[in-house]
Design a protein around this ligand. Structure first.
Ligand SMILES: Nc1ncnc2c1ncn2[C@@H]1O[C@H](COP(=O)(O)OP(=O)(O)OP(=O)(O)O)[C@@H](O)[C@H]1O
Ligand SMILES: [Mg+2]
Length: 511
């Protein structure tokens, strides 16, 4: 009896590779072995497959059964191999015929004991891999069908149970294939829960966030409790330009692998907003683990990573953020080499100016000692602060403003301006790898941020008086570039430099 070969797939990082599931029946006492670096979930597959086959009116092999998952050197994780293993066994025991063109059919799915199919993770990368390799027929759990249909041109067969699939493969009752009808109109319009229009006052903070959105600059907000820092941060994604279809798919892939895609409308079309708690571990923040999973920095890809109460985060956790902030990618090492996850996010952090929160508050008295304040502010390392272009203070809003009925400018209007500024940047950086002003390196700053004599004078004074470091000097220039882009102008003028300088941290505040 020939070895049955069934095609399936494994997810490595955010990409998929094909896996061949080989099943062989040989003489000997009844036994069932799975080889090819299975993890515990794959090992347990035996029990699920055994029961599922029995409960689907089919027979389990009654001789020595060996299943090999090839290539053998790649670790196999999770329960998605249940279905290809079951189909392999049924083929090897001749309960169903050999597939006509096994290289063009891919199987995927977890089995429950009664033979029903359960949803699996990482379907989108698998479907994209299938498409690129000309694998045209996919059999997968019904609950994963919508996600699979995000990719055009394949025959997607949604399967509800093993029994149903057996009937199909025997030619007794067909499972109708679905083809993707994806069009841009399927894109859910991006509706955000928070809109700038409902945040009263805070014009300065909103202006700073507009600049941040335009140039993808990182922001640190400092202010007393209840001033609206969290509210402002939550509204930031709504003023960043809409994601392109390509960006949407990229983000959806990350959520697919992490198993947090909604079943009914799987395409992520709004910019991510992630808020890890300050008790989060460094692995949960940057990703990793034995079978590396994306961390918060990757889940925030193309969106916003919000660190509320920044000084409460562990030092190791904040240090781990430095690499992805610099490289916009996170490298995770594992036994068989290294993996990379994208991490192109805007960092927004919030903190109180001191432990009680009322330092410099015009009304309430701060009750902290100087030593307490210094200790609190010192918790954030200099190198991390250095990667934040915009530092702003968010004061309490006056009662009259809070109570006023006036509705502020809507996010969509702000977004229009941001969009224009981004287009200017796209043109500027057409020949380089970067997209936004915040990513400029020193040589780019030299090339794109030349300033006139008056601005030079102003900057010189600031460097001397405020004791700006070389890094801070470059940051001011980058910010000024974004401010000019928002005005659809070309040349950096003294007023732009002056505004950019305002966003530097005040000496006594932080250090
Ligand atoms: N400018 C504002 N316009 C409308 N509502 C506001 C404004 N500022 C604060 N609020 C209200 O106050 C609540 C608290 O604001 P928020 O949670 O953003 O404060 P915070 O600055 O993050 O405080 P903390 O330092 O305690 O985290 C909000 O949920 C909102 O209802
Ligand atoms: Mg808050």
């Amino acid at each position: 009896m020939p070895v049955a070969k069934i095609l399936s797939a494994a997810v490595v990082g955010l990409d998929a590779v094909p896996i061949e599931v080989e099943s062989d029946i040989s003489q000997g006492l009844p036994a069932f072995n799975i080889v090819g670096l299975p993890d515990k979930a794959v090992e347990e597959s035996k029990e699920r497959v055994r029961s599922a086959i029995k409960n689907s009116k089919a027979k389990m092999a009654d001789r020595r059964l060996t299943v090999n998952l090839a290539p053998a050197d790649l670790p196999k994780v999770g329960p998605a191999y249940d279905l290809p293993i079951a189909i392999g066994i049924l083929t090897a025991t001749e309960q169903i015929g050999q597939l006509a063109d096994p290289g063009k059919i891919l199987f995927l799915g977890e089995l429950s004991l009664d033979g029903k199919l359960r949803k699996v993770n990482g379907v989108l990368p698998i479907i994209l891999m299938a498409k690129s390799r000309g694998i045209s027929n996919i059999f997968l759990p019904e609950k994963n069908a919508q996600e699979a249909l995000l990719v055009e041109g394949l025959n997607i067969h949604p399967v509800s149970s093993l029994k149903q699939l057996i009937y199909h493969l025997k030619g007794e009752k067909q499972i109708r294939a679905q083809k993707s009808q994806f069009s841009v109109s399927n894109l859910k319009t991006d509706i955000y829960d928070y809109d700038m229009a409902y945040i009263k006052g805070q014009e300065q903070a909103k202006r700073a966030l507009e600049i941040a959105a335009a140039g993808a600059h990182n922001v640190l907000m400092s202010g007393p409790p209840g001033a609206g820092k969290t509210l402002l941060a939550r509204a930031l994604p709504s003023i960043i330009p809409q994601m392109t279809r390509q960006e949407s798919l990229e983000v959806t892939k990350i959520y697919s692998v992490s198993g947090i895609l909604p079943t009914d409308s799987p395409l992520i079309s709004t910019r991510p907003f992630r808020t890890p708690h300050h008790t989060a571990s460094d692995i949960s923040l940057v990703g990793g683990g034995q079978h590396p999973k994306p961390g918060e920095v990757t889940l925030a890809h193309k969106g916003v990573l919000f660190l509320d109460e920044l000084p409460e985060f562990g030092r190791a956790v904040l240090e781990a953020l430095r690499q992805p902030l610099e490289d916009r990618i996170i490298t995770v090492s594992r036994a068989s080499g290294t993996l990379q996850f994208p991490a192109h996010f805007t960092l927004v952090a919030a903190m109180n100016p001191c432990p009680c929160g009322f330092l410099k508050d015009p009304k309430k008295q701060c009750v902290c000692t100087a030593a307490q304040i210094i200790r609190y502010q010192k918790r954030i390392s200099g190198p991390l602060l250095d990667r934040i272009d915009i530092h702003i203070e968010v004061p309490q809003v006056k009662y009259e403003k809070l109570a006023s009925e006036k509705i502020a400018e809507e996010s969509v209007k702000i977004r229009d301006r941001v969009e224009q500024a981004r287009q200017r940047q796209a043109k500027r950086f057409a020949d380089s790898k970067i997209l936004t002003n915040s990513e400029m390196k020193v040589q780019d700053i030299k090339k794109f941020c030349s300033i006139d004599e008056k601005s030079k004078e102003l900057l010189k004074n600031a460097v001397n008086q405020l004791d700006l470091s070389a890094r801070a000097y470059h940051r001011v220039l980058k910010l000024a570039r974004t401010i000019v882009d928002l005005e659809s102008q070309e040349n950096i003028k003294p007023q732009h430099i002056a505004e950019a300088i305002q966003y530097r941290p005040k000496e006594q505040d932080i250090y």
